[in-house]
Design a binder for this molecule. Sequence first.
Ligand code: SF4
Length: 196
Amino acid sequence: MTRLLLHACCAPCSLEPVRLLVEEGFEPTICWTNPNIQPVEEHDRRLGELRRWCEGMGIRLIEAGEDRGRWERGVAPIGARDRQRRCRACYALRLAEACRVAEREGFTHVATTLAVSPYQLFDTCNDVLERLAAAHGLTPVIRDFRPWYPEATRRSRELGMYRQNYCGCRFSAAEAALDRARLRDERKAAKGAAHA
Ligand code: SF4
């Protein structure tokens, strides 16, 4: 088994990557470092769910450093005007910490559960992981877990896990709320057209 440090954004998104990586012959240790999640109560709720799941599964969980001030200084000023740049900076902050931990703890491979969500910027995230892994002498394990997202949704519901409806930061909470409102309006308009 190859030891791998798996950065995890939450418990539901960890289910399928862990299963698939174990099938491939990796032994994942989970690393939590997500200072992007707001408010703090939401951060603690996601972490609590991950702790419970890791404990139940017998998976080691490393709770790494989280510098919320650094996120506010380095990511928040980009704001809502450029999601691509904002998320790149956010991935970089979190994955840099995961890579630091991986190097310190003697791991050779590193990956992230962000690669399961179709809502993340897949190519940007992989690019950031590749660069940071190289800088730390690690092998990035780049996998497209997105086809397993529906299965992750089904399993996490079945397990009664807490499932959030936005990525993490306050900008994503507002963007997700706008998306939901737009979809509601579109459904209403479609219904109206069908009855006209
Ligand atoms: S949308 Fe998600 S990845 Fe992007 S900045 Fe916000 S928390 Fe980070």
